[in-house]
Write a protein that binds this ligand. Structure first.
Ligand code: IVH
Length: 670
């Protein structure tokens, strides 16, 4: 490679890796897999070795990525001993090199301990006189965020050590805070219901949870902790494993899965064993950490700028498998979106037999040039449903058949449509297509809509029995009908009827959102309700009148006109009105705190220290309007954590001022 090429590649890689560090450690939203990251880092390491004159002082090869939050969020404290990272390899053969390097660095005999590499977020706990004194995140390795208040909410971390168990007066112990799969699934399920962006994987969920501003919320997140590195002035034992044994006696959580090995072969067989066995664990692991067990040798080997010389990590490659694509099913979802799902020749992957995988949409199928009969690679990402990543072209045979995406809805037969700017095909028969009818009810009863005390299974049964088809049918249900539902008794019937009654008081804008007009989200519904004041006025409005509302584009206007143009819809709305649902705006209950934001339209994106709903309410309480998307009329965009990159670039393009949560709050204070 020429010098100037190397220079620009080094600059590019350094900048990219810094960006990925920020995505991973601060935003908790990585764009690339760990494996892709490690490949980039390896390339940079090799280039810096060949051209050291171009290596940056703060290169990602010598600096650990920083997880520090804004200073207002957490107090920061220096680490007593730097908190470093680990060197890693994906190549089991390189462990031999690791062991040889240690042999060269010491004359004394040593053993190697192998332990699981927990995929969470690093934590450093300080105990003083047996009491948990402080918990710091890794931060930038030198200073960390003080998350003690949050850590106190994690049940497996003792606040007080076992009395009389002979712990040193003061010591530090480091480990990992992680979120087991079941807690992760529960959290993401709730986030989807709340229309919040789900976390990509348990690691991001753990570090996001550890940085919550409200410790009470941390309590419900199901975080766990495992500790793997004891640090104190005077060692409590001559080896790492014995030190951890002691920590265990003091009541600290240490992993039971470790092994002391005499040879590299033993290390390798530990790795081989756990490469399959780890899939049965209830939490995520991404490799095996190998450490020199004798603490005196650890000390003599010391550290590089970024990691200890006495330890390394063997990382597991994301698993993929090649198998035959037998056929494709087309599933119609609640919104009418049609998703192709691949039926595969069953293949073993990450501990389970995979028979089905998502294919996303027609464009993806075309892009990957997938044919029925092809062998394809399936991979399990952070998500539970495996995905097809590419065709295994070397195994392509002659018996392949092109994929023909259906032209009609596989459930109701209606011709499918595809919006130009959406990748998915839709069945437009919103009122007659069974999965969409059920979807309409599930949306209607939702917490942010009518908040009716029922779930998907109830809707499924009510629809199955033919009791409900139109939304207004819900209010016609009788006790006798409800008692025919599975396991429903007098009490459940009474609860349900009471909740139906209460839903009649739900404010107009929520009803407008609940009836499920395509493209009307919560915020748009509020704006439209505010503008037209009554359902009748919306129904009577012309396209031009609707388009006159800021925020409302052509697609939405057409959708509203289309909805109210249907006599069936007007009939259902008429019935809902007769049952006493709110068809008009009621401004009486709304308290206005100030007029600071009067005339301003504010778009929020990302997560804040308060919930998104509270943020919206705050804007409205100060007389501002919440915008649902960035446009020329947007006054400010308030960007929180995990703010959508497309929104940011749109704001930049349109010259909309982007402010942070803090700046926004200060604005309200003035
Ligand atoms: S030892 C001085 N042991 O992996 C380095 N780290 O990718 C001490 N990790 O920063 C680290 N499980 O956050 C160690 N059993 C284990 C681990 C472990 C997970 C994390 C740790 C480290 C990161 C490096």
């Amino acid at each position: 490679m020429k010098k100037n090429e190397a220079k620009s590649r080094i600059e590019h890689l350094s900048a990219e890796l810094k960006r990925h560090n920020h995505n991973y450690y601060v935003l908790n939203s990585p764009e690339i897999t760990d494996f892709q990251y490690d490949l980039l880092l390896l390339e940079l390491q090799e280039l810096e070795k060949m051209f050291p004159e171009f290596a940056q002082k703060d290169s990602p090869t010598v600096n650990v990525g920083s997880d520090l939050s804004a200073k207002e969020q957490f107090e920061q404290f220096p680490h007593k001993y730097p908190m470093l990272s680990l060197s890693n390899t994906y190549n089991i053969g390189e462990l031999e090199d690791f062991s040889n390097r240690i042999s060269k660095g010491t004359d004394r005999p040593f053993t190697l301990t192998c332990e699981l590499k927990f995929d969470g977020t690093a934590i450093c706990l300080t105990y003083k006189k047996g009491k948990l004194f402080r918990a710091l995140t890794r931060g930038d390795g030198t200073v960390g965020d003080d998350v003690t208040r949050n850590v106190l909410q994690i049940p497996s971390i003792p606040k007080q050590l076992v009395e009389g168990s002979n712990f040193p007066d003061e010591f530090e112990i480091r480990g990992e805070i992680y979120m087991p799969y079941n807690a992760f699934d529960k959290l993401n399920y709730q986030r989807e219901l709340d229309e919040e962006q789900p976390f990509a994987n348990p690691r991001n969920a753990a570090s996001g949870s550890l940085k919550l501003q409200d410790p009470k919320q941390v309590k419900d997140r199901g975080l766990e902790c495992t500790l793997y590195h004891l640090l104190c002035e005077e060692p409590v034992a001559p080896t790492h494993t014995q030190s951890l044994e002691k920590a265990k006696e003091w009541g600290l959580p240490v992993s039971e899965h470790f092994k002391e090995c005499n040879t590299v072969e033993e290390v390798e067989s530990f790795i081989t064993f756990w490469d399959t066995e780890r899939k049965k664990l209830p939490f995520a692991t991404d490799g095996i950490v190998v450490k020199v067990n004798q603490l005196a040798i650890q000390t003599s080997l010391g550290y590089t700028a970024k990691s200890p010389r006495w330890a390394t990590a063997y990382k597991f490659k994301p698993e993929e498998a090649s198998t035959k694509l037998l056929s494709i099913d087309y599933q119609v979802g609640r919104t009418g979106a049609v998703t192709p799902v691949a039926n595969l020749e069953p293949v073993q992957l990450s501990g389970t037999k995979v028979k089905r995988a998502s294919l996303h949409n027609a464009d993806q199928i075309k892009l990957m040039d997938i044919h029925i009969g092809d062998y394809v690679f399936v991979e399990k990402g952070g998500e539970i449903i495996p995905k097809i990543t590419r065709v295994d072209i070397n195994r392509r045979g002659f018996d392949i058949v092109p994929v023909e995406f259906p032209q009609n809805c596989p459930v109701c037969g209606t011709p499918l449509v595809k919006d130009e700017d959406e990748a998915k095909h839709f069945c437009p028969n919103r009122d007659e297509c069974p999965p969409q009818i059920k979807g309409k009810f599930i949306h209607f009863i939702g917490r942010k809509a009518m908040d009716i005390n029922a779930g998907e299974a109830t809707i499924e049964q009510l629809y199955g029995k033919g009791y409900i088809k139109q939304l207004s049918d819900l209010y016609k249900l009788t006790e006798v009908q409800l008692l025919t539902l599975d396991k429903w008794k007098d009490k459940s019937v009474a609860n349900f009827l009471k909740s139906l009654e209460e839903s009649k008081k739900v404010p107009f804008h929520r009803l407008l959102f609940a009836i499920g007009i395509r493209h009307i989200g919560e915020t748009t519904a509020k704006n439209i309700a505010q503008h037209f004041k009554t359902m009748d006025a919306i129904a009577a409005a012309t396209r031009e009148e609707i388009l006159a509302i800021e925020e409302v584009g052509e697609k939405l206007a057409d959708s509203i006109i289309g909805y109210f143009g249907k006599p069936e819809h007007l009939r259902v709305i008429g019935e809902l009105k007769e049952y006493g649902l709110q068809m008009e705006l009621d401004n009486t209950g709304k308290s206005i705190e100030s007029e600071i934001l009067k005339g301003m339209t504010i778009v929020i994106s990302g997560n804040f220290t308060i919930s998104r709903d509270d943020m919206k309410a705050l804007i409205e309480a100060h007389s501002g309007k919440v915008g649902s998307s960035i446009s020329g009329n947007t006054t400010y965009m308030v960007a929180g954590e995990k703010c959508g990159p497309s929104k940011l670039s749109k704001a930049e393009k349109l010259g909309v001022k982007v402010i942070g949560e803090e700046e926004f709050m200060n604005m309200l204070k003035n």
